[in-house]
Design a protein around this ligand. Structure first.
Ligand SMILES: [Zn+2]
Length: 408
């Protein structure tokens, strides 16, 4: 015992000067964090504000009293690039799904057209850096769910032409060619056509996103894809046992092929306690859904925003546990320990999920930088997590695309 204590002390001392010198004052870290955050390229790979645009009464330019995203709050939070999700529920498919997707792509592009001083549409890592230099927020698009291509590679190509730069292979239900993590497996992962979708995405330079997919679909995509994959909005299953979070082994395997897991801030994916409470009383979710329906009808954007609000009301009443934003840091730190600091990023799920206390909107993002510095992360490593890792994957995906096109 004594010997162990001695060895531990010796090891600590040996670990070097950093531990022996006075720790930096809290204020120093806060100031360093602020500067670091504002000089970094912060990229968020998943945001559901698109649904609000479709409701018809929302615009990105003014500060909004509800939700998480608008131009003033993105600026305040130092958000340099944001991927707007193009999403409709898995139950809608075929040509109806394509029509919805095109409407959403148009709605995002229209916002960029209306606000050219503040934003710009970007499709490459270089364009994100350029936008940043020009003081503009870079807007990108990801299609969330392969059902929206209606099993047609021509539709996928059209989306790419319009600027879509990732596609999540499934949403919460299976599509015609891939199994979802939250549906009964029917394809044993990716079908042959599904594998062709991945190959075509590689050629087009559209990132392959494995958030939402079943574990087998993930491994099939990892096997087929020539470019690194992303998990645009997933967290760690070791901390919160949600089927659409990633196991440690999956994080390691994703990282080994150069990919990035972008941590999702949704309380039901961050906190086991929250998940257990939801499971223990299914009536709560039913009541929340009924209230959402009452307030919003069929307006999807409204539903997502009100769902978050009503969930908070249940937390305030003590019916669901309160989840703090620091849980995000716990997941980031876990993913870094498992997969390495080059393979973790941010994918908030803002305006589409229930946000933890202290991370209500994009203006709160600098807290992540400060928390990581306080944990002892180097400035270079923090920059990687904030956005450089995602930019690296984009660059690599673009390189693979060029290579495949040249080979034809
Ligand atoms: Zn999602």
């Amino acid at each position: 015992m004594l010997r162990n204590i001695f060895m531990a002390t010796a090891a600590l001392c040996f670990a070097g000067g950093a531990l022996m010198t006075a720790p930096p004052r809290a204020d120093d870290i806060a100031e360093r964090a602020r500067k670091l955050h504002l000089s970094s390229i912060v990229v968020d790979t998943h945001d559901d504000t698109t649904q609000r645009l479709l409701d018809g009464d929302f615009d990105l330019l003014p500060r909004n009293g509800s939700g998480s995203i608008d131009i003033p709050r993105m600026k305040e939070g130092g958000l340099a690039a944001i991927f707007f999700s193009i999403w409709i529920p898995s139950k809608i498919n075929g040509s109806e799904a394509v029509k919805h997707a095109l409407d959403q792509i148009d709605a995002v592009r229209e916002q960029m057209r209306r606000h050219p001083t503040e934003t710009t549409l970007a499709t490459t890592a270089a364009e994100i850096r350029e936008a940043r230099k020009n003081g503009k927020i870079a807007a990108l698009m990801g299609v969330e769910g392969g059902h929206m291509i209606a099993s047609d590679l021509g539709v996928l190509r059209s989306y790419a032409t319009l600027g879509v730069r990732y596609m999540t292979l499934t949403h919460s239900g299976n599509d015609e060619w891939a199994d979802s993590s939250t549906d009964k497996a029917v394809h044993n992962g990716l079908t042959d056509f599904g594998k062709n979708v991945v190959r075509e995405m590689n050629r087009l330079g559209v990132m392959v996103d494995i958030s939402h997919v079943s574990d087998k679909t993930f491994y099939d995509a990892l096997d087929v894809s020539r470019a690194p994959l992303i998990a645009s909005h997933s967290s760690c299953r070791a901390i919160c046992d949600a089927p659409r979070n990633m196991t440690d082994q999956m994080i390691k395997d994703l990282a080994a092929k150069g990919g990035v897991i972008q941590i999702n801030y949704h309380v039901g994916f961050l906190s086991q306690e929250f998940r257990d409470a939801e499971k223990a009383d299914p009536e709560i979710n039913k009541a929340i859904s009924a209230e959402v329906q009452k307030r919003c009808g069929e307006k999807e954007g409204c539903q997502l925003i009100e769902g978050d609000k009503i969930t908070r009301e249940y937390v305030e009443k003590g019916k669901l546990p309160r989840v703090d934003w620091t849980k995000i840091i716990e997941h980031i730190d876990h993913a870094v320990k498992v997969g390495g600091v080059d393979h973790v990023g941010l994918g908030s799920d803002f305006d589409g999920a229930n946000m933890p206390y202290g991370m209500e909107d994009a203006s709160k993002l600098p807290k992540i930088t400060e928390a990581l510095l306080r944990k002892g992360y180097s400035e270079g490593d923090v920059k990687k997590i904030l956005g450089e890792n995602t930019l690296r994957v984009m660059t690599e995906v673009e390189r693979v695309s060029r290579e495949m096109n040249a080979a034809r």
